[in-house]
Write a protein that binds this ligand. Structure first.
Ligand code: CP
Length: 311
């Protein structure tokens, strides 16, 4: 039986493994099996707030018959508050033998450190401005429900591309499934995608274009994927915050802008939404963010089963 060694980043997945995850996620959605993880323990350690990732993982584990031990604010309620380093926390918690640790950390590289020091598999639930691979997978899963992988995909990633970890994971995953793909990177100049991702896309000969012309790309794309400005990562930069306030309206999704898109195009967002999307856009038939968040449950069930039991 093959097992996932955990989930650290999006690069780790081959197309074959992605297909197996998606196939199991579809099965989980259709049949909702119980008892598959009876007697198993998930430990979720979150150094940053979360609604979707933590709760969907914990519900997934519970519905599959397993138990959950959780700290939702590890900075305050674990010994991190007394200065303990992640390396020691991971050695200690994994020494108690949970079957998997779900970790959200507040700095890039946290999941990799955890992997090195833990005796049990780690699932990266977001590490600073690094990656959010399980969100990337559920985004790709959702995209696949609208656009088959043999078609050309044209997608605009919009917003804080510098610190938005979901778009970073998605950039690693998209070229694995879509051979013909064009990516527009739409952001204010201060929030451009970092070079590591651009180098990866160039290395895979993926066409991408950086632009600030949000309205200009709306008609060209199948998908607009919006992200909020990661204010928690820019808090100390007052100059940047003031500059962004001025340009924010240029990147906001309004009803009128949604209607500029093709009729069968979709608008995605990992959530939470701030001011970058008007609330009324929820009602536009193109908006699929609640489909994305719903897909988080079967997708994370699949990841838990494949990591704990194997497949
Ligand atoms: N999309 C996402 O990661 O949401 P949470 O921060 O609420 O988990």
């Amino acid at each position: 039986m093959r097992k996932l060694p955990g989930v650290i980043n999006a690069q780790q997945f081959s197309i074959e493994v992605i297909c197996e995850i998606f196939s199991l996620a579809r099965f989980m959605r259709k049949t909702a099996p119980t008892g598959l993880l009876a007697g198993k323990i998930l430990c979720s350690i979150f150094y940053e707030p979360s609604t979707r990732t933590r709760i969907s993982f914990e519900i997934a584990m519970t519905q599959l018959g397993g138990a959950v031990i959780s700290t939702e604010n590890a900075r305050e309620f674990s010994s991190a508050a007394k200065g303990e380093k992640l390396e020691h926390t991971m050695r200690v918690i994994s020494g108690y033998n949970p079957d998997v640790i779900i970790l959200r950390y507040d700095a890039q590289g946290g999941a990799e450190i955890a992997r090195k020091y833990s005796k049990v598999p780690i699932i990266n639930a977001g590490d600073g401005d690094g990656q959010h691979p399980t969100q990337g997978l559920l985004d790709l899963f959702t995209i696949g429900e609208y656009y088959p992988s043999n078609e050309e995909l044209v997608i605009a990633l919009v917003g804080d591309l510098r610190c938005g970890r979901t778009v970073r994971s998605l950039c690693y995953l998209l070229p694995k499934c879509y051979r013909k793909i064009r990516i527009y990177l739409v952001s204010p100049s201060q929030l451009r995608m970092k070079d590591d991702i651009k180098n990866y896309l160039s290395g895979r000969r993926v066409y991408f274009e950086e632009t600030e012309d949000f309205e200009g790309v709306l008609r060209k794309v199948n998908i607009v994927y919006l992200t909020r400005v990661q204010v928690e990562r820019h808090e100390k930069n007052e100059l940047l915050k003031r500059a962004l306030e001025k340009v924010a309206p240029n990147f906001r999704m309004t009803w009128e802008r949604a209607e500029m898109m093709q009729k069968d195009a979709i608008i995605m967002h990992p959530l939470p939404i701030n001011d970058e999307v008007d609330l009324e856009v929820d009602k536009n038939h193109r908006a699929v963010w609640f489909r994305q968040s719903d897909n988080g449950l079967p997708l994370r069930k699949a990841l838990l089963v494949m990591t704990i039991n194997g497949y």
